[in-house]
Structure formats: C-alpha cells, structure tokens
Design a protein around this ligand. Structure first.
Ligand code: SAM
Length: 213
C-alpha cells in the first residue's frame, strides 16, 4: 500500500502508548493485560488502514484483536480512527509481522488474518510472500493447536501460491472460495479497503485453513 508520508504520524503514535506499541516484544505473553477483558486473541498481519480489523472489533466485542502494520503512515491512520472512536478490544502494533514469534508466546493467538497481502509476483521474491513456508511456521508457533488462518486476496497468483504452500505445509482446508462475493452476504463478510476497491475488477479468493496439532 503506497500512502503519502504523514508528518503527524510519529507524534500521534508517541502520544498513545496505551493503544499502540512500537516494541511488541515487550508484550510477549502479556497481551491480555492491554485489554479490558481477557478473551480470545486474534491478529491481523498487514492491516493497512484498518477497515477490516476495526469492523471486526465492533462486531465481536467478545474477541480481542491486534492489528500489526509495518508502515508508520498507515498504522497512524488506524490509530487516528481509534482515538476518535475508542474500542476496548483493539490494540495496534507498529511492527514487522515477519517477527510474530518474538511478539507472541507459543499458543497465545487463536486466529490469524491475512488480507490482500502484497503479492510479490517475481519468483525471486517468493520468500517475502506472507504465506511462504517460513511465515506459516511462525504462525503455527504462536497459534493454539489447530489454530486457523483466514486469507483473502484478489491476486490469482498469490492465491495459487498460498494454496500450494499451505497444502505442502500440511494445513487442512476448511473452506476455499474462488469467488467469495458471489456467495456471501455483506453480513457474513467484513470487507477490507482493498476488497472494496478491487472486487468490481474480478473475483475475491478466500481460504480458511487449520494447522495440524
Ligand atoms: N489488509 C489491507 C486491506 O486488505 O485493505 C491492506 C492491504 S495492503 C496491499 C498490504 C499491507 O500490508 C500494507 O499496508 C503493508 O504495509 C502491510 N505489510 C506488508 N508486509 C508487512 C509485514 N511484514 N508486516 C506488517 N505489515 C506488512
């Protein structure tokens, strides 16, 4: 996601340590202390401007969420929304999702979302795709046994790569959609910014997959 530099972003981030962390390693094993209630923990890697995770947090007050986003000017947009409309069950981590095992204890996370991850189409960049086997290994470590990944994309190449990568890793496919919007209602599907932008141009693919215990 390319966004214009937001000069106000670092100051806003520094002003709200109660909502956002820049060093999630400090919260490893302690995430529940950041929320009003201890309840299941779900995370999104690459949250963008946060439309999905904010709406999930509103819809599911019985779940705690952590949005992980690497770009300062992007996560600051989520933070601004959160300052304007506080949500007791959403926390932000300004960090690289590649290091999830440094941020969460084994089995601390109940579910992980990847929405419209960067496709990295060149073969030499395959290892950067968020569904590459090394990422899957990290996700498995922080997820509960039989933890699930939910993955959505509009990119056919990334979808096919992810299917193969998850299959080779031994994940069990619960559901696979080749055209999500043809079958689900808006009530059943919380849309992301990219999903809204790209669903008119072609199908949205979705995978729900479970890790082996
Ligand atoms: N999920 C949003 C959506 O569906 O609208 C944003 C999609 S955008 C294509 C991908 C986002 O992932 C960008 O905001 C990018 O900065 C973020 N991202 C990419 N690699 C990341 C990483 N390793 N850790 C955290 N965020 C990452």
């Amino acid at each position: 996601m390319r966004v214009r530099n937001k000069p106000w972003a670092p100051k806003l981030i520094a002003a709200h340590p109660e909502l956002i962390t820049e060093d999630p390693t400090q919260l490893k094993g302690q995430w529940q202390s950041r929320f009003e209630k201890a309840q299941p923990l779900q995370i999104e890697v690459g949250s963008g401007k946060g439309q999905f995770i904010i709406n999930m947090a509103k819809r599911h007050p019985e779940i705690n969420y952590v949005a992980i986003e690497i770009q300062t000017s992007v996560i600051a947009v989520i933070l601004k929304k959160l300052v304007e409309e506080p949500l007791p069950n959403l926390q932000l981590a300004h960090a690289d999702g590649q290091a999830v095992t440094a941020f969460f204890e084994p089995h601390e996370v109940d579910r992980l979302y990847l929405n419209f991850s960067d496709p990295w189409p060149k073969a030499r960049h395959e290892k950067r795709r968020l569904t590459y086997k090394s990422f899957l290994q990290s996700y498995q470590e922080v997820l509960k046994p039989n933890g699930q990944i939910e993955f959505k994309t509009d990119n056919r190449g990334l979808f096919e790569f992810s299917l193969t990568s998850m299959n080779n890793y031994g994940l069990h496919f619960e559901q696979v959609w080749l055209d999500l919007h043809a079958v689900v209602t808006p009530e059943e599907n919380v849309e992301t910014e990219y999903e809204q932008k790209f669903s008119a141009k072609g199908p949205i693919y979705k995978i729900i997959a479970t890790f082996p215990a």
